[in-house]
Design a protein around this ligand. Structure first.
Ligand code: RET
Length: 260
């Protein structure tokens, strides 16, 4: 990325948000692990997948925070820190690779709680994995062309790869809608249907934060500046907490209740 100067609060905000992010992942990890036995064996795989997702995100956010701190150096004016200047490359590339693990797991875990099995399970699992991986890999390629990078930036290619990625994202939304409708039918009459159905709008909103963060350079002008970098980190972290941990808590609440 090009040279960026951050205000002190901007540098600190991102550092704090990333730290909060990995602390939440650690808490989530323990919660999903410790509550696993409150679920019937047929639901437990959902908790196992939440544990896998939490640990991979915990590591990612931890290293993302370290990389953030290493990528900026304080600007001193008369011995006082008045801002931060970029010295290294801080990129979101690691995040995309983390999603490669987490996205298929997040999509698969709901199949256990929705009580989908047999051939239907295999079909949904295959579609989720395929669309998820293609969405991320094409988005990963696209982010190399993000406007404002010192080299390689190309707006047309950035939008084109982002557009291809969005097609797979729409397939995921359609498949998830079917899964939630089917799962709600399977638990008809239970008090948990309301929470389970609420996962649908929750999923739409929290997952859509990711493409919005991708588009930040378009919303704030082509030059990468501090607003883009800072807002991306804050948005991605909010999306991580809501799409992994809060989603997992909703699924765990439903499956624990259904296990009684
Ligand atoms: C990209 C590229 C631009 C277009 C779209 C994207 C969608 C990303 C999504 C990511 C979800 C990630 C999750 C991670 C959890 O660990 C790749 C930003 C549509 C939806 C849920």
């Amino acid at each position: 990325m090009s040279d960026i100067t951050l205000q002190v609060w901007e540098f600190e905000l991102v550092s704090h948000v990333l730290t909060l992010g990995y602390a939440v992942m650690a808490a989530g990890l323990l919660y999903f692990w410790l509550t696993i036995r409150q679920n019937l064996p047929k639901y437990r795989m959902s908790n196992v997948l939440s544990v896998v997702v939490s640990i991979s995100a915990l590591l990612l956010l931890f290293f993302q925070q370290q990389s953030w701190v290493d990528s900026y150096t304080p600007i001193l004016t008369g011995g006082v820190v008045t801002g931060y200047e970029s010295i290294g490359t801080f990129s979101n590339g690691f995040r995309y690779l983390n999603w490669l693990i987490d996205v298929p797991n997040l999509l698969t875990q709901i199949l256990f709680v929705a009580a989908i099995s047999g051939a239907a399970f295999r079909k949904y699992w295959r579609d989720f994995t395929l669309y998820g991986m293609l969405m991320i890999v094409t988005g990963y390629v696209g982010q190399f062309y993000e406007p404002g990078r010192t080299s390689g930036s190309n707006v047309a290619l950035w939008l084109a790869w982002g557009g291809v990625s969005t097609i797979y994202y729409v397939f995921i939304l359609i498949t998830m809608t079917k899964v939630i409708d089917e799962g709600a039918k399977n638990m008809k009459g239970s008090k948990m249907v309301g929470i389970f159905k609420f996962i649908k709008p929750w999923f739409y909103v929290t997952w859509t934060i990711y493409p919005i963060a991708y588009l930040m350079p378009a919303l704030f002008g082509a030059d990468i500046d501090s607003v883009v970098v800072v807002s991306q980190q804050v948005l991605y972290t909010i999306a991580d907490v809501t799409s992994k941990i809060i989603y997992g808590i909703m699924l765990n609440t439903v499956s624990t209740f259904l296990s009684q």
